[in-house]
Design a protein around this ligand. Structure first.
Ligand SMILES: [Cu+2]
Length: 143
């Protein structure tokens, strides 16, 4: 994992946003986020992922290709912020969501390519290892 300062991460975040705005070719549906209070009635595949210090449960998530999936991300850690980063099999960032302690966020997306999509949390405190390095990672297996 790269060591990035805040400035670099901000630039990366902007690049991800710009990349998503440009994603009009239908390869991926544009990920949408909402707080639960604004969430439309659930549709497609539903997956609840619990985030703790330092793990995702479940860490292996199986979803069907070409069908919308809503990932409901629940940070159940006490006072520990987490994020949910999802990359495609080629390492392209698809989702980057911060979830505060006690919060729940939902992300809906449609994945059109079978494969293994790694997800993880890259938060870190000072000089400690990142949450990912402490085991906070998993796989979205699309088939
Ligand atoms: Cu974390």
């Amino acid at each position: 994992m790269l060591f990035l300062n805040h400035y670099t991460r901000l630039v990366m975040g902007l690049a991800v946003l710009l990349g998503q705005w440009g994603f009009t070719d239908g390869l991926y549906a544009q990920p949408t986020e909402s707080s639960l209070s604004h969430l439309e009635p659930p549709f497609g595949q539903q997956v609840l992922i619990r985030m703790e210090s330092y793990s995702f449960t479940p860490s292996d998530v199986f979803v069907e290709v070409d069908k919308p999936v809503t990932l409901t991300l629940s940070n159940e850690s006490f006072l520990v912020p987490h994020n949910f980063l999802l990359d495609d099999p080629n390492g392209i960032r698809l989702v980057d969501v911060d979830i505060s302690s006690g919060d729940t966020r939902a992300v809906t997306l449609t994945l059109t390519e079978p494969g293994i999509y790694p997800f993880y949390c890259d938060k870190k405190l000072l000089f400690f290892p990142s949450h990912r390095e402490q085991g906070m990672e998993g796989r979205l297996i699309v088939r």
